[in-house]
Design a protein around this ligand. Structure first.
Ligand code: AMP
Length: 234
């Protein structure tokens, strides 16, 4: 697969802490398509105090899901940007059965209509991780205040405690990485997002990878899935 080809949508599913963000960045670098993280876009809106950010802030702080209509409108805007024409990676979306249905309708109706390469079916990959491992990854996660570089006090500590190796800025615990909120986020995943994987499984589109392995091995599995996709267009 060369970097000029039309890859189409890549959807990464998996619980919070599965490594979707890390793997999405690697797919983005490998294939030259943008990573679209709904969590990042929402956090950016909260930080800038936009209307969406004001509506989402308290909901996110409780570890609950932002209403479908707000998130779907936000994703629609982003997917219409020119850099998505050859494909994109969705990280953290869809997260409910309603969002998954909306996304399919969106792909049918407008996405890539102007692309000479035609529409591509999404590649859907779920990253599976053991529950206890997830809790450790999330409670240990520290995020650099300046640029979002990610560490983990158990698995990937910074050289100096509490300080980012790359830019020397302080490392913080994300508001929703506190233990009580983590339990809630994992519960939301079980209730709302597991059915999304089932939705794609019924359509014969779900591939799963073992996210308990080393980061590089998980990346290898994901690239394999991408390279061996069915080449069908919609
Ligand atoms: P994440 O960084 O993907 O774990 O997302 C952080 C928070 O943003 C979640 O706990 C939700 O409150 C919100 N969020 C992110 N993506 C979505 C989505 N697709 N639907 C609803 N809420 C979302």
């Amino acid at each position: 697969m060369d970097a000029s080809q039309n890859l189409g949508p890549v959807i990464l599913l998996g619980p919070p802490g599965a490594g979707k963000g890390t793997q999405a960045k690697r797919i983005s670098e490998q294939y030259g398509i943008p990573q679209i993280s709904t969590g990042d876009i929402l956090r950016d809106n909260v930080q800038r105090g936009t209307e969406l950010g004001v509506q989402a802030k308290a909901i996110m702080g409780r570890g609950e899901l932002v209403p479908d209509v707000l998130v779907c409108d936000m994703v629609a805007c982003r997917l219409r940007d020119a850099d998505c024409a050859r494909g994109f990676i969705l990280d953290g979306f869809p997260r409910t059965a309603t969002q998954a249905g909306w996304l399919d309708a969106f792909f049918e109706s407008e996405l890539f209509d102007n692309s000479s390469a035609g529409k591509r079916l999404p590649i859907v990959i779920r990253i599976d991780v053991d529950y206890n491992q997830l809790v450790k990854r999330l409670t240990g996660r520290r995020t650099c205040l300046a640029n979002g570089h990610i560490y983990n006090v158990y698995f990937q500590p910074p050289r100096v405690e509490g300080i980012c190796d790359v830019d020397g800025s302080p490392l913080i615990i994300r508001n929703d990485d506190r233990e009580e909120v983590i339990r809630k986020r994992l519960l939301e995943y079980d209730l709302q997002t597991k059915p999304v994987a089932e939705y794609y499984e019924h359509k014969g589109r779900l591939a799963s990878v073992n996210g308990d392995l080393d980061i590089g091995e998980v990346t290898g599995q994901i690239f394999w899935v991408v390279e061996h996709r069915d080449g069908n267009c919609l």
